[in-house]
Design a protein around this ligand. Structure first.
Ligand code: CO8
Length: 259
């Protein structure tokens, strides 16, 4: 299959999906999310592949959902398209092989959430994680509130989600968001080595190891994720979401009405 917004390479038994919208810091538009899901499914069906990696550029893993694509959407538009629901379903139900996020640069909003949808996160030294949706008059919409809280605990998750601040690689590793840190330039090669170790194991045990860890943390998550999605979409009926996203597009500070 050919893709417009991602690159797909194979390194022996490891597949590397590189998010490739440099002009928008890999902002996650509907096309890119659809292509990530298609590539994961393609690699899931490829008997040569034992482990997948999702990565971005040195500057950005992904700077969030595409604000310019979302800015004018209504609540009904968001719920009808349900792009985030489809993406999440694919990660949670269709992909049995492990997926590693290799994060350099910004992993913000949906970018941080995409990294957390992967099975674990390897961070480059310059990685920066954040859930800055609050600055746009919205909240995370693809599981971030649930997964971040489970990974780093309530206090830090509240701090991140309510202030919108960023967390560097060291803090992310200490907090349990990233499993290991590598030098920026070596990150993808190191991730391929880690993925190669996993791909060298017995696939049935790898698939079951993944499934059991997910069960340990995730059984009640679905309810929270569904709740979060309804909240996220409903925020598209507020003036403040329109103002927050318009302000970003126009490169100015937002003037929220409902303070
Ligand atoms: N959406 C659309 N375009 C973006 C985004 C984005 N999220 N982030 C950056 N861009 C664009 C900029 O508009 C700019 O384009 P142009 O050159 O045409 O003006 C280009 O990328 C480069 O960006 P900057 O000039 O802003 O680069 P800086 O180095 O000055 O700043 C930052 C980098 C700090 C990352 C800055 O770009 C920024 O703050 N970006 C927005 C971060 C953000 O708010 N992310 C959250 C988005 S909302 C969200 O993710 C909701 C999640 C819901 C579920 C998602 C499921 C996938």
């Amino acid at each position: 299959m050919s893709y417009n917004t991602i690159l797909l390479d194979k390194h022996d038994n490891v597949a590397v999906i590189t998010l490739n919208r440099p002009e928008a810091l890999n902002a996650l538009n509907a096309e890119l999310l659809g292509e990530v899901v298609s590539a994961l499914k393609e690699m899931e069906a490829d008997s040569e592949i034992g482990c997948m990696i999702i990565t971005g550029s040195d500057k950005a893993f992904a700077a969030g959902a595409d604000i310019k694509e979302m800015a004018e959407q209504s609540m009904t538009d968001m719920m009808a398209a349900d792009v985030f629901g489809h993406t999440q379903k694919a990660f949670m139900h269709d992909i049995k092989k492990p997926v590693i996020a290799a994060v350099n640069g910004y992993a913000l909003g949906g970018g941080c959430e995409l990294a957390m949808l992967c099975d674990f996160i390897l961070a480059g030294e310059t990685a920066k994680f954040g859930q800055p949706e609050i600055n746009l008059g919205v909240i995370p919409g693809i599981g971030g509130s649930q997964r971040l809280t489970k990974l780093i605990g309530k206090s830090k998750a509240m701090d991140m989600m309510l202030t919108g601040r960023m967390m560097d690689a060291n803090e992310a590793e200490r907090a349990g968001l990233a499993s290991r840190i590598f030098p920026t330039d070596d990150l993808v090669d190191e991730a391929i080595k880690v993925a190669g170790v996993i791909a060298g194991k017995s696939l049935p045990s790898v698939v079951m190891a993944k499934e059991t860890v997910i069960k340990a943390v995730d059984i009640p998550t679905q309810d929270g994720v569904d709740f979060e999605k309804r909240c996220f979409y409903s925020l598209f009926s507020t003036e403040d979401q329109k103002e927050g996203m318009a302000a970003f597009v126009e490169k100015r500070q937002p003037n929220f009405k409902n303070k």
